[in-house]
Every structure is written in C-alpha cells, then in structure tokens.
Design a protein around this ligand. Structure first.
Ligand code: SAM
Length: 275
C-alpha cells in the first residue's frame, strides 16, 4: 500500500515551504491539488515536475474513490490545498478518514495555517481559543451563529472575505459589544498587516480604507461575569495616560470596555492619587 501525505503549503510566501515538503512533493507518484494551476506555481518554484490531479469540492466523491484505489495499489500520494493546511476550511477531511478506514498510512507534513499565524500575531490570549472558519454568508444566519457564540470566553478566530469584513465586524460590535479584535490581512505577503484595537476603532479604519486580500479575524473572548477589580481598572487608565492618551479619553475607553461608570473610576483614581 502507498502512503497519503497530507501536506501544508505556504499561505502566501513560497519560501515558507519546508525541506520535507519539497522532498515529498518531488518523490510522490501523484499530487492531489484543489487547483492544479495554483499548485503548479509552487511546484515550478521548486523545480518539481510531478503529476498533479484536481481534488476539490465539486469532484470530491469520484476523486476520493480513484485516489483510494491508487493508494491501495501502492502509489504514494500528496494531498495539498491552494494554501495552508488541507482539511482546515479546505477539502481533505473525507479523503483522510477514508484512507484511515482502509488501513492506509496517512502522514502529515505540517506547516502554515492562516488561523494559527493570525492568532499568534494578534497578541490576544492564545492559551485557549476556538476556530470557527467561515461564518454563514447570509446576514440572518451569521447573526444567529454569533448569538450562540456570545458567551464564549475563549479567543475566537474566523476567516472572512474582504467584502464581508465590515458586515461581520458590525454584527460583532452590535451583538457582543466593543471587544478587542485583530484583523490579520495578507499574512506572509507584501502587504501583510495586522490591525488591532476595539471593534469600533477597527470598523472606522476599514470604512476609511476598504480592505483587500485574504483576511483572518481574531476576537477577544467574552469577559467572565464578575465585576472587574476597580483598582486594576484605575491602573489601566493611568497606564494609558502614561502612554499619552488624554485622561478623558482613557476614562471613557476603560469605562466602555468594562461596562463601568466613568465617575466611579475617576473617583477611585482621585482617592488613589490622594492617598
Ligand atoms: N487551509 C487554509 C489554512 O490552513 O489556512 C485555509 C483555506 S480557506 C479556503 C482561505 C481563507 O483563509 C481565506 O479566505 C482567509 O480568510 C484565510 N487566509 C488564507 N491565507 C491568508 C493570509 N495570507 N492572510 C490572512 N488570512 C488568510
């Protein structure tokens, strides 16, 4: 029997291919790609001439049978998607589970995935997170899905197309409140950018600069339902002021973030500074 190699490929920068990826792609009998023309760019970059066949959502069923037969007959096959890791918001999962059921050896060639890169670059809590991939495109279904996730305390990661980014951010702001968010755009490419801040600020930015390219979104999880420690909030306000933010603005930002009254924070700061 052959081996099915599940291969992660670069999410933009072709230099992110590992030595092992290049060797395996050069050695296998067949490369199953989402889009053969797209994968040829990577193969040509590394001088790989191997045979490629398409495997995507429209021919998935028939291809799975063909690929499994070839694996059973002894061929080694590499599975790649257009970018990142197969099976992550991309085809691959069914082929992998079929191969495993048949007792075929399945090996991973690990590498890039946009959601991991975005999560890490966001600077938000990466200890516990949920990856939600693409939310439904239709507004009503998307909002229903967001309602269900409202109380999720872990960091949330989404994929979204540039023309739906603002709609998603506006829904998040309306349904979840003004949380910290990071929009990771075009990672590993020339115009790589991570725009972080409160959702309202990021909305304003993208209203002024319409987004383009490939986008992953990382959102802070819900805060636990315990009242924030007032002194801690005061220190956060003073920290902001130390960084040059005006007192009024720093108070307003933290009051909004923690759902507290500005006067409550102000009075405690006065006490702290007076003591
Ligand atoms: N399998 C891929 C992976 O492991 O990341 C994801 C495939 S999914 C069809 C494509 C989506 O991933 C894009 O629409 C975008 O949301 C996200 N994405 C892919 N490349 C990206 C990049 N360079 N920067 C930011 N997000 C990216």
């Amino acid at each position: 029997m052959g081996t099915l190699y599940v291969c992660a490929t670069p999410i933009g920068n072709l230099e992110d291919a590992s030595y092992r990826l290049v060797r395996i792609l050069g050695e296998v009998d067949l490369i199953a790609c989402e889009d053969t023309r797209h994968t040829r760019i990577l193969l040509n970059h590394y001088g790989i001439k191997g045979a490629a066949i398409s495997y995507h959502q429209h021919n998935q069923k028939e291809r799975e049978e063909q690929l499994i037969s070839r694996l059973l007959a002894g061929d080694n096959i590499a599975l790649v998607s257009d970018a990142g890791t197969p099976g992550i918001s991309d085809p691959g999962r069914l082929l992998i589970s079929m191969a495993r059921e048949e007792g075929i050896r399945v090996e991973i060639i690990p590498g890039p995935s946009a959601f991991v890169a975005a999560l890490v670059l966001s600077g938000l809590d990466s200890q516990a997170f949920v990856f939600e991939g693409f939310l439904p495109a239709r507004s009503a279904q998307r909002r229903k899905h967001l309602e269900r996730l409202k109380g999720e305390m872990r960091t949330l990661v989404f994929y979204e197309s540039p023309h739906r980014l603002l709609a998603l951010l506006k829904d998040i702001n309306e349904l979840w409140g003004d949380r910290q968010v990071a929009v990771a755009r075009e990672l590993t490419k020339i115009y790589e950018e991570v725009k972080g801040g409160l959702v309202s600020e990021v909305i304003k930015h993208y209203e002024e600069h319409p987004p383009r390219g490939e986008i992953s979104i990382v959102v802070e999880g819900a805060r636990p339902d315990i009242p924030p420690d007032l002194e801690q909030v005061c220190h956060e306000v003073l920290d902001l002021m130390g960084k040059g933010v005006e007192k009024k603005q720093a108070l307003a930002q933290k009051a909004r973030e923690y759902g507290m009254k500005k006067s409550e924070i102000y009075n405690r700061i006065e006490q702290l500074l007076g003591s």
